[in-house]
Each structure stands twice: as structure tokens, then as C-alpha cells.
Design a protein around this ligand. Structure first.
Ligand code: SAM
Length: 277
């Protein structure tokens, strides 16, 4: 299958009279060289189920079909794009399944029929983080994720302790996944160009995923909510007397959130769950 035989995305957009709706975070990748590179970052997807969120005009969709995704299930909120995607379904011999709806609301496990699926997406900026958190908490249907974020968000996902970018998102993402920044894409590569660059992050399941993500969310919200404060003060938004909790987690009460590594946050969440029980 070679997507070069298809009409160009630009011509297709014009033929369907479609334009970007910024309210839906629409910034399109019309260059197949870039979408093919994203598809390659997703690893060996030939013959495997893939979920793509926000296909829009279908540039990444074309590259994923070329790479052999089967089935490729796409979820697009904007109904205007469905008629533009339908011919791709035919071109793919039925491998492409189009779902019109809000990715925040869909039940992915039902869509992929319980099979494990890779998630690949050039995410809409306004819902990228909530979607990531939803998938981090997802059940066994969720496989590797290859996701485009604003560069600054991508840096926050892969950040390590001690850096300015280290915060809630790094702790939550890395509790479940190994997170690696693959490559950056300049703003000019998009139509229309956003204000800032984007980057692809690859998230693969870690061998020892932390199970209590909700507890970790509460702990990190308090700890990083006042990131310049010592934890004995910052955690007061979670409980009135944080010192015994810090002691149980073997963390100095004078430490600050940005110094605490993944293992430290796991101990804190465990200690909080024990204290609450
Ligand atoms: N994948 C296309 C590309 O790379 O050119 C479009 C990417 S654009 C950044 C984001 C897409 O997500 C848009 O098509 C937008 O309509 C869609 N979208 C926005 N919010 C959504 C949601 N909640 N659920 C599903 N799709 C959504």
C-alpha cells in the first residue's frame, strides 16, 4: 500500500471545503514524510490493532495504514472530516474503522474488542493531557503509546527529578510507562502553524507499573501545588499533619517535591493509602 497514489491532503481539504477549527486544536500535518516518521516511531504495528485519536484530514492515518495497522480505529470529534476519511477506509480494504465521537468519552476497550492496541496520535492540544491520564489509568487493552504534544508538555512527561520540567505529569506517566522523547517537529510543519513546536513522546509499559495512580495523583497535586515549599508544608493541603507520613515514606520533611524520585513518590502514596485505611 502506497499513500503516494492518493490525492494530496491539501487537494482533499480544498475539495471538501474544509478548514482548521482552532477550538478543536486543529493543526494538520500534511507532509507524509513527517507522518511516516511518526508511524515508524510506533514500532512494529503491521497486522496489529492501532487506535488513532483525532485523524482530521488523515495524514497520520495514511501513514499508519501504509505501515500495516490492522484494524486502525480512528476517533474524530469533528464530523466534517468523516466524508474525507471514508475513501481511505475503502482504500485500506476495510482495515480503517471510523468512529465519530469524543475520545474523552469513548470506551476504548469495547472499541478494540478487548484486544491490546497501540495508541498513536497527533493530539489536540486542549485535551492532550487529560487523554494521556485516561490512558495511563486504562486497563490491559492499552499498549504502547506514540503521542505528539506541545514540546513543553512532552518535556514535562519525560522529565527527571531536579529539573524545572519535573512535576505531576512526569511522576504519573513514569509510574506506568518508560517515557522517551523521540523527536521534535517545528511549528511550521503544521497547517495552520501553532505558536510553538511539538514533540513525539513514546511511552512503553514499564515492568513494574505502580497500581495506585489515583493516590499518586492526589499526592503529586499537593506536593507540586506548592513546589517551592518543603513537603512538610506543601502536603498540608492533603492532610493536617504530614510529618508522620513523610517519616513512614523515609523522606526528609524538609525535602521539596522536585527532589523526590519515582520510588519516593511510590512510598509516599503507599504510606498515604495505609494511613487512610
Ligand atoms: N491527525 C491529524 C494530523 O496530524 O494532521 C489532525 C491532528 S489535530 C492536532 C487534532 C485532531 O483531533 C483534530 O482533527 C480535532 O478535530 C480532533 N479532536 C479534538 N478534540 C477531540 C476529541 N475530544 N476527541 C477526538 N478528536 C478530537
Amino acid at each position: 500500500m502506497n499513500a503516494d497514489e492518493l490525492p494530496t491532503l491539501r487537494d482533499e481539504l480544498e475539495a471538501h471545503g474544509l478548514w482548521a477549527n482552532k477550538g478543536l486544536g486543529q493543526h494538520f500535518l500534511l507532509d507524509l514524510n513527517i507522518t511516516r516518521r511518526i508511524a515508524r516511531s510506533a514500532g512494529a504495528i503491521a497486522g496489529k490493532p492501532v487506535l488513532e485519536i483525532g485523524p482530521g484530514p488523515g495524514g497520520l492515518t495514511r501513514a499508519l495504514l501504509e505501515a500495516g495497522a490492522d484494524p486502525l480505529i480512528v476517533i474524530e470529534k469533528d464530523p466534517r472530516f468523516v466524508p474525507m476519511l471514508e475513501p481511505l477506509s475503502e482504500w485500506s480494504g476495510g482495515k480503517l474503522q471510523i468512529v465519530q465521537g469524543d475520545a474523552l468519552q469513548v470506551d476504548e476497550a469495547a472499541l478494540v474488542d478487548g484486544q491490546r492496541a497501540s495508541v498513536v496520535s497527533n493530539l489536540p492540544y486542549n485535551v492532550g493531557t487529560p487523554l494521556l491520564v485516561k490512558w495511563l489509568k486504562a486497563g490491559p487493552w492499552r499498549g504502547d503509546m506514540t503521542l505528539m504534544f506541545q514540546k513543553e508538555v512532552a518535556q514535562r512527561i519525560v522529565a527527571k527529578p531536579g529539573s524545572d520540567a519535573y512535576g505531576r505529569l512526569a511522576v504519573l506517566a513514569q509510574a506506568r510507562c518508560e517515557a522517551r522523547l523521540e523527536f521534535t517537529v517545528p511549528a511550521r510543519a503544521f497547517t495552520p502553524p501553532p505558536k510553538i513546536a511539538s514533540a513525539i513522546v513514546r511511552l512503553t509499559d514499564r515492568a513494574d507499573p505502580y497500581p495506585h495512580l489515583d493516590a499518586l495523583e492526589r499526592i503529586t497535586a499537593a506536593a507540586f501545588g506548592q513546589r517551592r515549599k518543603m513537603l512538610r508544608a506543601a502536603l498540608r493541603s492533603l492532610l493536617p499533619e504530614p510529618e508522620p507520613l513523610l517519616h513512614a515514606a523515609d523522606i526528609a520533611p524538609t525535602a521539596r517535591a522536585e527532589e523526590i524520585d519515582q520510588a519516593g513518590f511510590r512510598r509516599l502514596a503507599d504510606a498515604w493509602l495505609t494511613a487512610k485505611a
